[in-house]
Design a protein around this ligand. Structure first.
Ligand code: ADP
Ligand code: MG
Length: 352
């Protein structure tokens, strides 16, 4: 592993703030935009890589533009990189977005977001296709939850745009934002149930808050959603009486009560054992099949991705490394993507 690439400050935090890195990030930012356009063009005109049919165009182009980046290393092995400088920080980020054939429900366009000097999103371009189960995959602390908060207008980009069904979220007035949020069902990382309410009231909460439905209709909807997630008999239970898996399912039921067009799951698998994770993934698939909509599952768990993802975006260092239909990503020739999707210890991704 290239230690140089994963430099840390004396206190162990990632060395994200060095001015040289900022400058270099700016350069590769522009470079990458060009690459991305070129990739789209190349794909549109030829349908395949031009010179090397087995390489995606953006990868081929990337390699052509970075003669110093060992072409084999870019494809197969990535262990000889001790001397690499920061300008190679984005060398795995081809930005390649393989077409899905459907429009995007949510788009991030050159989004930048920093907290103080901590730059989290650094020119993020990402689309989440309509009607599919998408996964945003990335190591912990890369900004996955920050992405979700941008989609629902809980955080605003410093620069760039976040677009939901063609409308710019940061430019919405408060009332538009409020209406827009009804499109979303969100299952936050910890389930985020109200501890003082039983499950029935927890799941009814969005309906009471956002609609003027009568109590009978609300109870009917809540009962149906709770049964769907296997909690039909648990309406009078309080969150602390439930297992972690049950709390997640209750959160899922609550995320669905407003019939959302877009459902966001923030690490639904965190804190669950493999069997419960598998069951939850199955449930997500079943409910998606029944209800449709753009589902976005955020996770760092590759097994979950293998199970349910139809579309995958790999996020690292504030940008997408590569994205596209899941089957294509699992067969990617990008060393970083391959390492990440196989969970291999050896590769460009090291301990940060
Ligand atoms: N509201 C906030 N204020 C300051 N820093 C934040 C805030 N939200 C997130 N961060 C920082 O942004 C980084 C990415 O966070 P997050 O999106 O939660 O990562 P993950 O990919 O694990 O979900 C972390 O370093 C986190 O500390
Ligand atoms: Mg998170």
């Amino acid at each position: 592993m290239g230690e140089d690439d994963f430099r840390t400050n004396a206190d162990g935090t990632p060395a994200e703030d060095l001015p040289t890195k900022d400058q270099l990030a700016g350069e590769s930012f522009a470079e990458r935009s060009n690459e991305r356009e070129a990739a789209v063009e190349a794909e549109a005109s030829t349908g395949a890589g031009v010179d090397e049919p087995d390489l995606p165009p953006a990868v081929a182009r990337f390699q052509a533009e970075h003669p110093n980046a060992d072409a084999d290393a870019a494809r197969v092995s990535v262990v000889h990189e001790a001397e690499r400088g920061q300008d190679d920080e984005y060398r795995w980020h081809t930005g390649l977005n393989r077409p899905t054939g459907v429009p995007d429900a949510v788009e991030f366009i050159e989004v930048h977001k920093a907290f103080g000097r901590n730059k989290i999103l650094r020119g993020l371009n990402m689309g989440l296709p309509e009607g599919k189960i998408s996964m945003i995959l990335g190591p912990s602390g890369t900004g996955k939850s920050v992405c979700i908060k941008h989609m629902v207008g809980l955080l605003y980009p410093d620069d760039g745009d976040v677009v939901v069904h063609g409308e710019s979220v940061p430019n919405m007035r408060d009332d538009e934002l409020f209406a827009m949020r009804k499109k979303f069902g969100v299952l936050f990382q910890d389930g985020a149930l109200f501890g003082s309410m039983n499950l029935l009231d927890n799941v009814a909460f969005p309906l009471r808050q956002h609609t003027d439905k009568g109590e009978d209709e609300i109870l009917e909807i809540v009962g149906r959603r709770l049964s769907e997630v296997g909690l039909g008999e648990a309406g009078d239970k309080f969150p602390n009486e439930l297992s972690g898996g049950m709390r997640k399912r209750a959160g899922f039921a609550r995320a669905l009560v407003l019939d959302p067009d877009i459902v966001l799951f923030d690490e639904p698998d965190s804190g669950l054992d493999p069997v419960r994770t598998a069951l939850l993934c199955e449930l997500i698939q079943e409910i998606h099949e029944e209800n449709g909509g753009a589902y976005t599952v955020i996770t760092h768990d590759i097994m979950s991705a293998r199970r349910v993802a139809e579309y995958i975006a790999v996020l690292w260092r504030g940008r997408i490394v590569e994205s596209g239909p899941a089957a294509e990503l699992f067969n990617s020739d990008n060393a970083f993507v391959r390492q990440f999707l196989s969970g291999a210890a050896q590769g460009p991704l090291g301990m940060e």
